[in-house]
Write a protein that binds this ligand. Structure first.
Ligand SMILES: C[S@@+](CC[C@H](N)C(=O)[O-])C[C@H]1O[C@@H](n2cnc3c(N)ncnc32)[C@H](O)[C@@H]1O
Length: 242
């Protein structure tokens, strides 16, 4: 699973997820993180990200254009990494209140699933961007906080802690060959999607061989089932042999 966050404060997310369960899961490759600052997609030299609301009133509203560009870039990065399905979730006090059942559904998605979390600031986001780009609005409670970053962190934590683990894949570093034992070609290919697939397959295979109990706790996606079946065939094993 990959989660990207579009936020004016990427460091806030990047730092906080490195603690505890989410940090360990990140290190073990149970999920991947992408961070995108909409200010990087602004064209003017002042890096303007907001403007006054039509009709007057207090506060500022986030501009649609840089957010649309940031979302498109996040989705493109997800696709480049081999993610097949993506869903855009806006953290919003006007969204559907988050409950455990929805967290479990979001967490049960396959490894090739991705989410883009959109964190607002100020008075919120131009409604037209929400109408055209967002699949679902999620509220963290019946209160308003000053930005979507803390709600996004809560959602990430809630999802990631539900994801059962796989054992880690094998790792290699220089040199490319030691006494005839070569680093697998795919890791030298520079092909990120193929590398991700290989690592996932190795994790599934190792977990099947060494900790089959973990696989019993985990609903495998179609991709994971196919990868495991191929791994077992290549290693002369069958799913019944354990
Ligand atoms: C100050 S709030 C904007 C509030 C907006 N004017 C309203 O009343 O709906 C700024 C941002 O914080 C986030 N936010 C605030 N409260 C939230 C909550 N309870 N759940 C999820 N996100 C929230 C949203 O991303 C929102 O765009």
């Amino acid at each position: 699973m990959r989660i990207d966050v579009v936020t004016l404060f990427p460091e806030m997310i990047g730092q906080a997820v490195r603690y505890g369960v989410t940090g360990r899961a990140l290190e073990r490759g149970l999920w991947r993180l992408g961070l995108w600052n909409p200010r990087d997609f602004v064209v003017d030299s002042y890096r303007t990200i907001d403007d006054r609301p039509y009709g007057g009133g207090p506060g500022m509203v986030m501009l649609a254009e840089p957010l649309a560009k940031a979302l498109a870039t996040a989705r493109a990065a997800q696709r480049a990494e081999g993610c097949k399905a993506t869903r855009t979730l806006y953290l919003s006090p006007a969204g559907t209140p988050l409950v455990h059942r929805r967290v479990a559904q979001l967490a049960a998605a396959g490894d090739d699933t991705a989410y883009v979390l959109l964190a607002g600031r100020y008075e919120g986001i131009d409604e037209r961007l929400l109408d055209s780009e967002v699949d679902e609005e999620i509220a963290m409670g019946d209160f308003v906080v000053s930005g979507g970053e803390l709600p996004a962190l809560m959602l990430i934590d809630a999802i990631v802690r539900q994801r059962p683990g796989l054992l880690d894949c094998p790792h290699y570093t220089r040199p490319e060959e030691i006494d005839g034992a070569r680093v697998p070609d795919v890791l030298l290919s520079g092909h990120h999607a193929a590398i991700r697939t290989w690592r996932l397959q190795q994790s599934l295979g190792r977990t099947w061989e060494r900790r089959p109990d973990l696989l019993r706790e985990r609903a495998l996606s179609n991709e994971e089932m196919e990868l495991l079946a191929t791994y077992l065939r290549e290693h002369g094993e069958t799913e019944e042999s354990r």
